[in-house]
Design a protein around this ligand. Structure first.
Ligand SMILES: [Zn+2]
Length: 277
């Protein structure tokens, strides 16, 4: 983190300008004050995260991760600590509620955060492109968000991320079945990084984009016929392809690698992690 360097630079610039106008003492004093204020503002999140990390991780949250999140269970102890930090930072920095701001269980917050953290765990320091509120309904919902419907999760270019609590739990309960609505929706969030979801997230290496698109188009044709490891929904468009492929990449990595090594390798490089290993 180079916050202090930015802050010092800003302070020095302001100090010189004010010093030329009002004299050395004023310049030094104002420059130091501005540098300190800039550092406090710029480093606020980093300092808050460090403070959170010093507190013990809540045992109930750890129990939730151990019970529900196979990805977490498979991690080495040091990586578990890093995963826990990412989870508590995510919960701290996002508003996660039930409909109309209702309180929800910490266990659900932890599952939402775990979904998000799994996808970025291979890229330490990466942050989700935009802070969004997260709203969790008990059951599947419909387009009006009132009645019961068949929508398990949803995200648009703007606005909150929506989940059904039941589907979220089912995604982790059925570890290995290739369905995880948490991974699915956060893949869309990553894909929306440049304003629209086109199935090519911004963190995909530039050189990988053309091979990725050619795999997408070939595999879409197979998925549409039900002959792919990816379910048919992947064939809907490029954005759904990326979201469904993400679910399978994290839930059935060995099978994906065996059946489609090229698709696996492209996702491995994009996500910076190798879950089949
Ligand atoms: Zn989708």
């Amino acid at each position: 983190m180079r916050y202090w360097a930015y802050a010092l630079g800003l302070g020095a610039l302001a100090g010189v300008l004010l010093g030329l106008r009002f004299g050395l003492a004023v310049g030094l004093g104002a420059g130091a004050g501005i540098a300190l204020a800039a550092w406090l503002v710029l480093s606020r999140r980093t300092r808050r995260r460090a403070r959170l990390s010093r507190a013990p991780f809540p045992p109930a949250w750890r129990a939730t991760l151990e019970e529900w999140v196979g990805y977490y269970r498979a991690l080495e102890p040091a990586d578990r600590r890093r995963f826990e930090d990412e989870v508590r930072w995510f919960v701290d920095e996002h508003v996660i509620t039930g409909p109309r701001g209702a309180e929800i269980d910490d266990a659900l917050k932890v599952l939402v955060a775990a979904s998000a953290v799994v996808l970025i765990f291979g890229r330490p320091g990466f942050r989700y492109p935009k802070l969004r509120d997260i709203v969790i309904y008990d059951e599947a919902f419909d387009e009006t968000y009132r009645g019961e419907g068949n929508i398990l999760g949803m995200v648009h270019g703007q606005g909150p991320i929506l989940f059904s609590a039941r589907a979220l739990r089912q995604g982790f309960r059925g570890d290995g079945d290739g369905h995880n609505v948490g991974y699915h929706e956060f893949a869309h969030v990553l894909d929306f990084d440049r304003g629209r979801a086109d199935g090519v997230p911004g963190f995909m290496p530039w050189a990988a984009v053309a091979p990725w698109l050619s795999v997408v188009h070939a595999e879409t044709a197979r998925a549409a016929k039900g002959r792919s490891i990816l379910r048919r929904y992947a064939a809907k468009n490029e954005a759904e392809f990326f979201a469904v492929a993400t679910e399978v990449f994290f839930e059935r990595p060995e099978k994906l690698r065996a059946e489609h090594p090229e698709l696996y390798a492209l996702l491995r490089d994009a996500y910076g992690q190798d879950p089949a290993r």
